[in-house]
Design a protein around this ligand. Structure first.
Ligand SMILES: [Zn+2]
Length: 345
């Protein structure tokens, strides 16, 4: 592909960290900045962290000969519920004090750049679709398995937003009526069974029930030190309780994914976030239960694969979102640099 000397800034606004990237329209990452969100210090502080982070990648770009006028805009993936069209974050559940924040306007005033806002999980799905695991398909689902469970859905090369921009909340689909309490207030959500927090909780419940595990020795009886990663690592060592917890996690995930597969018929389901690093330990049971529960015709040809972009997925996807908003990126392999003149920075 012809090299294009135009650039976009992509930002991922997380509850803990802000990641900013300066990315060429070919998808090369030119500069990267990461810093703390500092949500506990108030909204204005977090906004100035975003501004400083963006200015830092602009500065780094300048030092490698990139003029700021060749930076065409900025995309930001943020926590929701939010409204992309209005550029407003209605509530950021894990950043205190963020209620109806007109983030796009604030950033545009500060940075004098066109800014576009997208939900963080949708942005991560777009990132994987543009440059990651999903770069050869136009129908995919991304699940991020971390403290919570996020979801993004791309159908025919477009993110599914829905009437109120809340589509893709796969973590809050119900897999068990009257089941475990979820962070959203409902019971039986997928997130209440498969998030990192839920894995630890289910492990502790089994330990309190009197089941034996290597974990108790490993944390020297300080059960509060048990993490999701430790459960996975100990399962790999052959511990039967941990193996059982991981298998169960795969089963719940498989059921949740089978429902999505039946509903939207994707070509690919991508699992990202910390837990996806457990590789076959989690992917084997997930694939097995998806096969068991999904409608055969929908199941044929669907791949369940790990995410490829790691922590950069959201920021790269925020760049892809800007490209899409400007009509430069419609479906895979249709990137048209000639459309660049439609882009007035
Ligand atoms: Zn929920």
């Amino acid at each position: 592909m012809k090299r294009i000397y135009k650039y976009i800034i992509g930002v991922d606004l997380g509850a803990t960290n802000i990641i900013s990237l300066l990315v060429s329209l070919n998808g090369e990452v030119i500069a990267r900045d990461t810093r703390k969100t500092m949500g506990e210090n108030g909204k204005e502080r977090t906004i100035s962290q975003i501004v400083n982070s963006a200015r830092n990648v602009i500065g780094e770009g300048e030092r490698s000969g990139i003029f700021s006028k060749s930076i065409l805009g900025m995309g930001i993936g943020g926590p929701g519920p939010l409204n992309s069209d209005g550029g407003v974050i209605h509530i950021a559940p894990n950043i205190p004090g963020w209620i109806n924040t007109y983030l796009v306007k604030e950033l545009e005033d500060e940075l004098k750049l066109n800014v576009f806002l997208e939900n963080d999980a949708n942005a991560a799905a777009l990132g994987e679709w543009w440059l990651g695991a999903g770069r050869d398909v136009d129908n995919l689902v991304l699940l991020t398995l971390g403290t919570g469970v996020g979801g993004g859905i791309i159908i025919d090369g477009e993110v599914l937003h829905g009437a109120r921009h809340t589509a893709g909340e796969i973590g809050h689909t119900i897999i068990r009526e009257g089941g475990l309490l979820c962070s959203c207030g409902n019971r039986g959500c997928l997130e209440a069974y498969v998030s990192a927090r839920a894995v630890v909780k289910r492990t502790l419940t089994a330990i309190y029930r009197g089941e034996e595990t290597l974990l108790t020795d490993l944390v020297k009886n300080k059960l509060e030190d048990i993490t999701c990663k430790l459960v996975y690592d100990t399962a790999r060592e052959g511990d039967s309780l941990c193996k059982q917890v991981v298998e169960e996690t795969g089963r719940y995930l498989g059921i949740g994914i089978a429902n999505i597969v039946n509903l939207i018929n994707p070509e690919m389901v991508i699992l990202g976030g910390g837990m996806a690093k457990a590789e076959d330990l989690i992917f084997e049971p997930v694939r097995k239960y998806v096969r068991e529960h999904a409608f055969t015709a929908a199941m044929e040809g669907v791949e369940v694969v790990p995410a490829a972009l790691g922590v950069n997925a959201g920021a790269i996807g925020a760049v892809a979102y800007v490209l899409k908003k400007k009509g430069l990126l419609k479906t895979i392999n249709n990137f048209d640099p000639n459309l660049l003149n439609t882009f007035k920075a």
